[in-house]
Design a protein around this ligand. Structure first.
Ligand SMILES: Nc1ncnc2c1ncn2[C@@H]1O[C@H](COP(=O)(O)OP(=O)(O)OP(=O)(O)O)[C@@H](O)[C@H]1O
Ligand SMILES: [Mg+2]
Length: 321
């Protein structure tokens, strides 16, 4: 499987709201979690960062948010260097961390209000009320956080991240362990935020989430960014289609006459599977069916399937393992 290397140019581009250049991270333990990552996040996009456990997603987000210091490289957030101009850069960012950590004894309202103040924003109760209502937390505004369910705590983290009206929102595994309904609410909220001009970077292990939401996808594996691509392009470039033929009578082997074709025979000899690229103009299906009929191979049924983003992701990460 070819790996697309569409790296951004070395210079920061004007349309990028976050510009990551040559970022590496070696933890004190000596473990290298990131290897020279270059990435531009475009203003107003939804960017999904995918990768297996331990790939370096949280490390990268933590560096951009100034929580972890990179060993090499630099990060600009709307032109502000996260290391040298931390306060300006950080005030543009909202972060929903992967780990649930909230002030257990505070009320929802107090914690969200505090988060806004932390960034030097003037109080705006009407805005905070909107945020809480959007997240279905308004009824719970006076509840202590420790009395909320896990899903509600996650919503509180989102409310906190939005309290100071950030221009860039990082969501690190926003839907881990939340129910289907909340997941869909969150997708809606993300779309709404994007309409309001917020740039969104999310990580997720639910590939369907990236498939549903992202404009662009980045795949990170063992600290290296191996692919950055428009979602639709990625699916078209790396996607494969399969045509499965249910045979009238089983074959013991693929006929020698068809050896030049990308065919596979199921173990029971009942099904012939033809794999083709979604990129090529000629699928080769018509000649395949003609040649089968010439060989007297009849089929009773056929169906086609297309690889999902999940299939593509798995094969990309495997090819690097
Ligand atoms: N503080 C730390 N000290 C030493 N190693 C660390 C530290 N934090 C993370 N690592 C290591 O760096 C690697 C990347 O971790 P990171 O949390 O960035 O992965 P991730 O892609 O977010 O994974 P997950 O999908 O599980 O959240 C892992 O091998 C992890 O053990
Ligand atoms: Mg993580």
């Amino acid at each position: 499987m070819p790996v697309i290397e569409s790296r951004p140019d070395a210079a920061p581009s004007a349309e990028a709201i976050v510009s990551i250049r040559g970022v590496s991270k070696t933890y004190k333990s000596g473990f290298q979690a990131l290897k020279r990552v270059d990435l531009d996040i475009r203003r107003g996009e939804i960017f999904a960062l995918l990768g297996p456990n331990g790939a370096g997603k949280t490390t990268l987000i933590s560096i951009v948010c100034g929580i972890v210091t990179g060993s090499e490289g630099n990060v600009l957030v709307d032109g502000h260097d996260i290391a040298h101009d931390f306060r300006s850069a950080r005030s543009l960012i909202g972060l929903v961390p992967q780990e649930l950590s909230t002030d257990a004894f505070e009320s929802v309202w107090a914690t969200v209000k505090f988060s806004r103040g932390l960034f030097g924003r003037a109080p705006d109760p009407a805005y905070l009320e909107r945020v809480l209502r959007d997240l279905s937390l308004w009824e719970k505004r006076d509840a202590k956080i420790m009395t909320l369910s896990g899903g509600m705590k996650r919503r509180v983290l989102i409310a906190k991240a939005l309290a100071h009206e950030p221009r860039v929102l990082f969501l690190d595994e926003p839907t881990a362990g939340v129910d289907v309904e909340l997941r869909h609410d969150m997708w809606q909220m993300v779309h709404k935020l994007r309409e309001a001009g917020v740039t969104i970077i999310l990580t997720t292990h639910y590939i369907e989430e990236a498939e549903e939401m992202a404009d662009r996808i980045g795949v990170i594996s063992r600290g290296e960014l191996i692919v950055v691509e428009e979602k639709t392009t990625l699916m078209r470039k790396l996607g494969k289609k399969q045509l499965s033929l249910q045979l009238q009578s089983p074959l013991s082997a693929i006929p020698a006459d068809l050896a030049d074709l990308p065919l596979e025979l199921s173990a029971d000899g009942q099904q012939l599977v033809y794999t083709f690229d979604t990129q090529t103009e000629e699928t080769g299906i018509a000649p395949l069916l003609r040649r089968l009929s010439e060989l007297g191979i009849d089929f009773k049924d056929l169906h086609s399937s297309e690889s999902s983003l999940e299939d593509i992701f798995v094969s990309l990460v495997r090819s690097r393992a």
